[in-house]
Each structure stands twice: as C-alpha cells, then as structure tokens.
Design a protein around this ligand. Structure first.
Ligand SMILES: Nc1ncnc2c1ncn2[C@@H]1O[C@H](COP(=O)(O)OP(=O)(O)OP(=O)(O)O)[C@@H](O)[C@H]1O
Length: 332
C-alpha cells in the first residue's frame, strides 16, 4: 500500500471512529499517556471532544505546559476532523492534484472544466428519465479508459439504492468505447443498498476496497431515496437531514482522502412556491447544496436530447450544454 493511501486510511479510519462514537474517552487520544489522561478526567475533561474545544491555558495548568496543552488540543481536533487553517498556497497545491474523468461528452467535459473531478462530490440532479443513471453507467466505464482517452485506468464502485443498475448497459457502453465488456464489468464493484444504514455501512466498506484496488470513482445512485422513504414528512425532517448530513460529510472525506471522484444522483421535487423561479428543486435541499462540491442539473429536452447545466458552483460560470443518449451511451 502506498504511503499516501496509508495516511488517508489512518485519517479516514480515525474520522469514521469518531463519527460512529462522538464521545471517545480522552485516554484514547494518541500519545496522551495514562497519567495525563487521568489528570484531565479529574478536572472534568472526559472525552476527546471536551479537549478539542478546551482552552490551551486551562489545559496547561493541568498538563504542566502550554506546549504540551497545545499538542493535546491539536491531536484531539485532528481526531475529530476539525482541521484548522491552511495556507492559500496549500489550497492551490491541493487543487493541482485533482484528476478528472471524462464524461465521454466533449461539451459536458468543457462545462465541467475537463471532466468529473476527484476529491469532490458531484451531485447529478434531474427529473425521472433525465439521464442521471445513464451518466453514472457511462462514468463507470470511462474511468477505466487510459488517461490519454479521458479515463484514469482505474476501477469503480457502484452503490445502487433503487435497483437501476444494468450490467448489459455497461457492456454496451464499454464495447462502444473499445473495452472488453466482461473486463469492464469485472472492474466495477457493485452493491445494492437496502436501507439508509446499509448505504452508510457500504461507504465504510468501500474504503477498504479503495485501499486494496485502484479505484477512482464511487457512484451512489440515488443518494437520497432511502433517507426519504425512512424519514417521511416534516415531523422526521430534522432526523433525516442530520443523518444525510453525516452521510454526505463521510463521502466528502472519502473523496478527499482517497483522491476519488464521488458522484451521487438526486431526485428533484416540486416546490410549493412555483411562481418564484424554477418549479422544481433538488431533494434534500441545503444539505446537498452545502455538501456537494458540484451540482449538475440534467433536463430532458426533445427525444433523446438532454441539457446539462452546472449550478451553485464557486468555480464554474453557469452555462448549459446539450448531449444525446444513444445505444453507445452519452455522446455529443
Ligand atoms: N440503450 C439506450 N439507448 C438509447 N437511450 C437510452 C438507452 N438506455 C437508456 N436510454 C435513455 O435514458 C433514459 C433513462 O435515463 P436514466 O435511467 O438515466 O434516467 P434517470 O435520470 O436516472 O431517471 P430516474 O430518476 O428514474 O432514475 C431513457 O428514457 C432513454 O431515453
């Protein structure tokens, strides 16, 4: 395993442990030592979270020095995934490491600045039949192509929540792109998610697959279906949003730590205030809006023509392009 993957692995495992159990005993903190752990507990700092938000000065009185207190606070914040400031240069360097997967549609790639990005969560939104699942199938093939043909020579993981995955369609698209259809299927790890909890567990399991294989794409089609079904109505909205928020945060962490492109599809819902702009809005509202790095809206035009538009992106000018869905997949 490469050092990069090992480091990512450790960070994600840590974050996952914390997410699963937010009240981790302060003694679990790396390098804390039993004596210091006991002292902290004596003074009321029982959990990693207590320490992460503590004042360095107050902790210094317990652990003996400000330097040691600072180390402890930083370790706790790291364990909780509470990253602090980084330089703008580091932001720039990180952005340079982003890789792209071609969608197979030149106009769409141009709109996306070269293709679907790794280290990001791309949300594909659209009405029934707008082509969301078709795009996911196509990407699961495109990622396998060599770099000079728009791919990353890598495998894909496909989490299917509504039983819409069609291996025959993958074979068709693979063939059209010059890949061996059986091999193309073999390069896709597939799982059907039967509930929201199962879906979240599958994301955990996806991490170990990514560690073992060269995976550069994770698809969740559709990301919100189980959450909507299990937490219906306004009375369950808070719980649903909270759970969905955790799921999206987990996907974002995975994308960033493992240099993977995460693509989630989302349904659109009618909104009550149809007189103010678009009568439709993506399900899950702000959770996905804040979580997803990019939002791509697909719309059915006439016959097999589809319109794609990016919205809510800090990096891209809003614009739209059209493409077709044919036997060969998505084409210009
Ligand atoms: N082999 C094919 N040849 C041509 N067009 C196809 C083919 N397979 C699918 N399509 C087109 O794709 C459409 C289905 O798109 P897709 O399943 O991606 O929609 P979706 O946005 O995922 O919808 P939903 O929300 O229902 O899952 C079909 O209606 C058809 O127009």
């Amino acid at each position: 395993m490469s050092t990069r993957k090992k480091k990512a692995d450790a960070e994600v495992a840590q974050a996952a442990t914390v997410a699963a159990s937010p009240d981790i005993d302060v003694e679990e903190l790396e390098g804390i030592g039993r004596v210091t752990g006991a002292k902290l507990k004596e003074k009321g700092y029982y959990t990693v979270r207590d320490v992460a938000y503590a004042s360095v000065k107050e902790l210094a009185e317990i652990v003996g020095s400000e330097e040691r207190a600072q180390q402890i606070v930083e370790a706790a914040r790291k364990m909780l995934g509470l990253h602090s400031f980084i330089s703008a240069l580091e932001v720039y360097e990180r952005r340079k490491k982003i890789r792209r997967i071609s969608t197979g549609v030149r106009a769409l790639d141009e709109l996306l600045g070269g293709g679907i990005e790794t280290r990001a969560v791309t949300e594909v939104v659209g009405e029934f039949g707008s082509g969301k699942t078709q795009l996911c199938h196509q990407l699961a093939v495109m990622v396998q192509l060599p770099e000079d043909r728009g791919g990353l020579g890598a495998k894909a993981i496909y989490i299917d929540t509504e039983n819409t995955f069609r291996p025959e369609r993958i074979m068709q698209i693979a063939k059209a792109r010059g890949l061996d259809p059986d091999q193309a299927l073999n390069n896709i790890f597939y799982a059907r998610a039967y509930s929201a909890d199962h879906q979240m567990v599958l994301v955990e399991q996806a991490k170990s697959l990514i560690r073992q294989h060269n995976v550069a794409l994770l698809v969740v089609d559709s990301v919100i279906a189980h959450f909507r079904a299990e937490f219906p109505g306004r009375e369950n909205l808070a719980e649903r949003q909270q759970k969905l928020n955790k799921h999206i945060a987990d996907l974002l962490r995975l994308a960033d730590a493992y240099d993977v492109a995460v693509v989630v599809t989302n349904q659109v819902m009618a909104q009550p205030d149809v007189f103010f702009g678009n009568p439709l809005r993506p399900a899950g509202g702000n959770i996905l809006a804040h979580g997803a790095t990019y939002r791509l809206w697909l719309r059915k035009s006439k016959e097999n023509i589809r319109i794609a538009k990016i919205f809510d992106s800090p990096y891209h000018p809003e614009g739209e392009v059209s493409f077709r869905i044919t036997e060969e997949g998505l084409v210009d």
